[in-house]
Design a protein around this ligand. Structure first.
Ligand SMILES: Cc1cc2nc3c(=O)[nH]c(=O)nc-3n(C[C@H](O)[C@H](O)[C@H](O)COP(=O)(O)OP(=O)(O)OC[C@H]3O[C@@H](n4cnc5c(N)ncnc54)[C@H](O)[C@@H]3O)c2cc1C
Length: 409
């Protein structure tokens, strides 16, 4: 089996180079060239090549990867309906972000006078269905198949794109998690629509029914509002903890629609050979109720002890700004912000953090924010509920002691 690149057809766009998982392709003099030694003949480049310039001997390009037809916005508003949410699950346990998005979908759907649907993909996933209704879905689409037991891009995106083509939703939302980010991008290309990743705000423009998708851009210096005017569905991913958790109403019911998966296990290129569980002691910042976060202002790694003491007394978790992570005082798994975790604890105490926008986008929806900073003009005070102006080395031991007495911990 060899990879054949027809130079006349190749336009040197580089899409194949980006798609290649083993860096076997490069553009030389405007034409894609393959390194046969590195090539694993996976066929990814064949599938993505827009001009069909790449062929793999014996490989048949999967049918139905292109949409049946491209829908214009005008047409779309007539023929598409429903706000869908992918209910991300692992071993039958739904990720909380899915419920947050069902809550958000409810608000959008009410503006559009349409329904909310949850999409559940996996194996033995029926136990999730009642919760979908309880959190606000009117309909649940289910594809239950052993091939979907563990997440893999191909069968999941095939299932989701098939549902989208068949039922034409107006909006599709997913969590900006590792799974959601992968699935959303792949599915959007299969159904030929746009995708806005990492949204922090969603709303509906009522006259046009367009979904206004807002996200930080240019390193967080501006908030960009993006619309997908010409294609449907309008797709967006949203980070966990950005949207509010809706109230659960057990006993609420709705319609269940079941669909089959056409893909067979033999057709899936990716195989799961082994699963390695996360090491214990991993930081679950996005689930913490109390976070004490350290910034560059703490000055040295040794001073982290003062932050840890306060976190311990409060039963909290340690967070950090990127500057503290880059200084090597703490691991990146503790980073809060645009390139770290988005958190929404009940209490966020920031210590020696200035309040750069890239940090704020990750924590500004915390219930109560206490900022400790020696500069009274630090921007963190603009969003803090309580501000303490002063040296953290003086303040932290006093706070820790006071909480210890109060909480008896
Ligand atoms: C594309 C991009 C993505 C980014 N992503 C992130 C991200 O995810 N998370 C993130 O945090 N940043 C991120 N950043 C970096 C961000 O712009 C800031 O540089 C960073 O947040 C600053 O961290 P800091 O507040 O700890 O440090 P500084 O801005 O240096 O602030 C230190 C603060 O400590 C105070 N201070 C000093 N001494 C004391 C003392 N003794 N007692 C009390 N206060 C004291 C100072 O007054 C100052 O306000 C990103 C930047 C870019 C360009």
């Amino acid at each position: 089996m060899a990879l054949i690149i027809t130079a006349k057809k190749c336009i040197g766009c580089g899409i194949c180079v980006q798609a290649c998982p083993v860096d076997a392709l490069e553009i030389v003099n405007g034409i894609s060239v393959v390194d046969e030694e590195k090539c694993i003949k996976c066929g990814k480049c064949v599938r993505v090549c827009p001009t069909s310039a790449i062929e793999l001997e014996g490989y048949i390009k999967p049918k139905d990867t292109k949409p049946k037809k491209v829908i214009s916005a005008e047409e779309a508003n007539m023929s598409c309906s429903g706000v869908w949410v992918l209910i991300e699950q692992s071993n039958g346990e739904a990720a909380e972000v899915s419920w947050e998005l069902i809550g958000e979908a409810r608000k959008l759907a009410d503006k559009l006078s349409t329904e909310v649907a949850g999409v559940v993909l996996g194996e033995n996933v029926d136990k999730i269905i009642p919760d979908c209704f309880a959190y606000g879905a009117d309909t649940v689409y289910v594809v239950d198949n052993p091939v979907l037991k563990d997440y893999r891009t191909e069968p999941y995106s095939q299932s989701l794109s098939k549902l989208i083509k068949e039922y034409s939703p107006e909006v599709v939302l997913m969590g900006a998690t590792t799974l959601g980010r992968d699935l959303a991008g792949h599915t959007a290309t299969l159904v030929n629509t746009g995708l806005t990743a990492d949204c922090t705000e969603l709303s509906i423009e009522e006259e046009t029914r367009l979904l206004r998708q807002t996200r930080p851009a240019f390193g967080g210096n501006v908030m960009a509002t993006i619309v997908c005017a010409d294609h449907r569905p309008q797709m967006a991913t949203v980070r966990p903890k950005v949207m509010e958790m809706p109230v659960k109403k057990p006993g609420r019911a709705g319609k269940v629609v079941r669909e089959e998966l056409e893909m067979k296990e033999e057709e899936v290129l990716t195989k799961i050979l082994e699963k390695i569980s996360e090491k214990s002691g991993a930081v679950y910042l996005d689930k913490a109720d109390v976070i004490v976060a350290a910034g560059k202002g703490i000055g040295t790694k040794e001073n982290m002890k003062l932050v840890e003491d306060l976190a311990e007394v409060l039963g909290g978790t340690i967070g950090a700004s990127r500057a503290a992570v880059e200084a090597g005082w703490i691991d990146v798994s503790h980073q809060v912000g645009q390139t770290g975790f988005t958190v929404r604890p009940k209490l966020y105490i920031s210590v020696g953090i200035s309040g750069a926008i890239q940090h704020l986008v990750g924590m500004q929806t915390s219930d109560v924010i206490i900022a400790i900073n020696c500069d009274e003009n630090a921007p963190i005070f603009n969003i803090a509920d309580y501000g303490i102006v002063g040296d953290f080395q003086v303040i932290l031991p006093k706070l820790t002691e006071a909480f210890r007495k109060k909480l008896g911990s």
